[in-house]
Design a binder for this molecule. Sequence first.
Ligand SMILES: *Cc1c(COP(=O)(O)O)cnc(C)c1O
Length: 244
Amino acid sequence: MIQENITLVEQKIADACREAGRKCQEVSLIAVSKTKPVSLLQEAYDAGARDFGENKVQELLDKIPQLPKDIRWHLIGHLQRNKVKSIVGKTALIHSVDSLRLAEEISRESVKQQVETDILIEVNVAEEESKFGVSISDAQALVEQIAVLPGVHIQGLMTVAPNVENAEENRIIFRKLKELSVDIAKKNIDNVNMNVLSMGMTGDYAVAVQEGATCVRVGTGIFGQRDYTKRQSEQFQAAERHGI
Ligand SMILES: *Cc1c(COP(=O)(O)O)cnc(C)c1O
């Protein structure tokens, strides 16, 4: 099942690349495995997946030791400053940096632990109130402030587009993120790369690839629907067992 899903997603990525005149090696597929058990991640690994995305620090830390060492782990969810200490050195890429204070914490911990941390700047292109990310108009200033920090390296931009019925509605969002990355790249800021454009999820990754995504984050399209109700009731039961 997972193997077939991955093959299908890869085919659609290849089609989108062809339509846009891009090479499909330019696009990497991140299997978003949040809430899924390690047995399913192993299945995806066996089908060839090497990039996995998680949105919670603790879940990521729990999964790492249970899976092969050559997996590249992506933190794609909001990161709290008090969790930075435990995540630094564990990720290939942190996609969700949207403030100077967070970047400073990542820098401080990276220097302390003598690692180099690659990050993306999360941009709230659609300016949705419910979403994290810096606005387009504030993005460049933030990039410039973060660029001078030791131990952290900006590799590009990321956005979470709105949840829409028709993926075409998000084309403008992806186009704007691409334009922003081109604008920032033109400034040739020291210690800043704009090589990575992380955009597109199950509902809209083909459009994102047509608009220049180098990294698509696909969960449902690989692992199926996430069952939050079951998860919540498990957590509730665990909390009850612990008397909290
Ligand atoms: C969950 C999640 C995804 C994957 O969403 P699907 O619609 O299941 O593909 C992608 N990016 C982020 C930031 C996510 O939290």
